[in-house]
Design a protein around this ligand. Structure first.
Ligand code: ISC
Length: 349
C-alpha cells in the first residue's frame, strides 16, 4: 500500500507544480494538496488555502489555493535505530553561536528584553530524495505536524513541528505555549530547571495577556511534559471562544510568540534581525490550513515552523534555535541546538 501511495506522490513531485504533503499530529492520514498553476499568491485577510509565512514581518507569506486535495492512509511503521549524535560539531559555528547567545544574555542583563530566541542554520549534504525524507519524518515524529512543501519559485521545505500556533473552528480557538528542551533519557520523566520553567512560563503569560482582550471563557491546561521525537518540552494548552472577525488581529498578536522570538516581541525581533547574521526565511514562521471550512468558514489550523529544513537538491539547511533567558549558559544553549539539529539530520541518513 505504501508503494502505490508513494508512486502517486512521486507523480505530483515530477509535475513540478506547487504542492504540499502533510499529516496532522497523531493522525494516520496524509493529505496531498496540489496547486494547478505556478502562480504565487500572497496572503491577504480573506485568503483561503495552505499558508506558508516567514519569520520576518517584511517578507511575503504565500498561500496555495486548494485546487486538488487527496487524502491517503499512511499506516505507521516504527523506525528502528537511535539518533546518531556524530555530526554537526563545527568549531566555527560553535564559537559564533556562543558569542551570539552571550550578546543576547548581555542585552537581557541591560534590560532590553526578558527573553530572546536565538538560532542558527546547519548546512549539510545528503543523498535522500524528498519523499523518502518525508516518510522518515512521518515515521519518526508521530505526534508532530509533518510536511513537505514545494513551490518552483520559492523552494522546498520539510519539517516536523511540535507546536500549534492557532486552531479555530466554529467560534472556538486553541493555542499552546511550548518551550524548554531536554533529551529523552529512557523511561524517566524530565527534571526541569528553574531556567526552563521560567522560559516556558514567559510564553504562557504572554499568550494569556495577548489573548485576554479577544477571548471569552479562556481555559488553561498544564503545564505538562510533551515528547517530540527524542526531545521533551513543557507545554500549556490555552483555549476559549472568539469572534471570527478578530481572526487576523489575533494572528498578528500571536505571531511570532516568545517560543520563537522573545519578550517583549518587538525588541527581541529587532535584536534577532540585527544580530543573528542570517535569514531565517520560513523557520519560526507558520504554516497550515487557513479558512478551510465550508465556503471559507471559520476553520484554520496553523503550526509554528520548527524542526525544519530547506532542501536544495543534495544540500539541506537545518534550522535550530533555543530560548535565552538571564539564567542561560551559552555552552548549554549550543548543545541544545546540536541535539535539535541531529534529530533532523537523522532523517537525512
Ligand atoms: C526555537 C526552537 O524551539 C522552540 C520551541 C520549543 C522549545 C524551545 C526551547 O527549549 O528553547 C524553543 O522555544 C527550535 O527548535 O528551533
Amino acid at each position: 500500500m505504501r508503494k502505490s501511495t508513494l508512486a502517486h506522490w512521486q507523480k505530483a513531485v515530477d509535475q513540478g507544480l506547487p504542492f504540499v504533503l502533510y499529516r496532522k499530529p497523531a493522525q494516520g492520514k496524509v493529505r496531498l494538496w496540489q496547486q494547478q498553476s505556478v502562480a504565487l499568491h500572497t496572503m491577504h485577510p480573506e485568503s483561503r488555502g495552505f499558508v506558508m509565512a516567514p519569520f520576518s514581518p517584511t517578507e511575503p507569506s504565500y498561500v496555495f489555493s486548494p485546487d486538488v486535495l487527496t487524502d491517503f492512509e499512511w499506516p505507521r511503521e516504527q523506525r528502528t535505530g537511535g539518533y546518531d549524535f556524530s555530526a554537526d560539531a563545527d568549531a566555527v559555528a560553535q564559537n559564533q553561536h556562543i558569542n551570539l547567545v552571550s550578546q543576547g544574555i548581555d542585552a537581557i542583563k541591560k534590560g532590553v528584553f526578558e527573553k530572546v530566541v536565538l538560532s542558527r542554520k546547519w548546512c549539510t549534504t545528503h543523498k535522500k530524495d524528498p519523499l523518502t525524507l518525508f516518510t522518515a519524518l512521518l515515521d519518526s515524529y508521530p505526534q508532530a505536524f509533518c510536511y513537505l512543501w514545494y513551490h518552483p519559485k520559492v523552494g522546498m521545505w520539510a519539517g516536523a513541528s511540535p507546536e500549534l500556533l492557532l486552531k479555530t473552528k466554529a467560534g472556538s480557538l486553541q493555542t499552546m505555549a511550548l518551550a524548554g528542551t531536554q533529551q529523552v533519557q529512557g523511561e524517566t520523566d524530565p527534571q526541569w530547571t528553574p531556567k526552563e520553567i521560567e522560559e516556558q512560563a514567559i510564553v504562557s503569560r504572554y499568550l494569556q495577556q495577548r489573548l485576554d482582550p479577544w477571548l471569552t471563557e479562556m481555559e488553561l491546561d498544564g503545564p505538562e511534559n510533551v515528547k517530540s521525537g527524542h526531545l521533551w518540552h513543557i507545554c500549556t494548552h490555552l483555549k476559549g471562544q472568539y469572534h471570527r472577525a478578530d481572526f487576523n488581529r489575533i494572528l498578528e498578536q500571536l505571531h511570532p510568540t516568545p517560543a520563537v522570538c522573545g519578550h517583549p516581541k518587538e525588541k527581541a525581533q529587532a535584536f534577532i534581525l540585527a544580530h543573528e547574521g542570517y535569514d531565517r526565511k520560513f523557520y519560526t514562521g507558520f504554516f497550515g490550513e487557513l479558512n478551510m471550512g465550508e465556503a471559507g468558514a471559520d476553520q484554520s489550523e496553523l503550526y509554528v515552523n520548527l524542526r525544519c529544513m530547506e532542501l536544495r537538491g543534495q544540500v539541506a539547511d537545518i534550522y535550530v534555535g533555543g530560548g535565552i533567558t538571564i539564567d542561560s549558559d551559552p555552552e548549554k544553549e549550543w548543545d541544545e541546538t546540536v541535539k535539535k539539529s541531529r534529530a533532523m539530520g537523522k532523517v537525512l541518513q
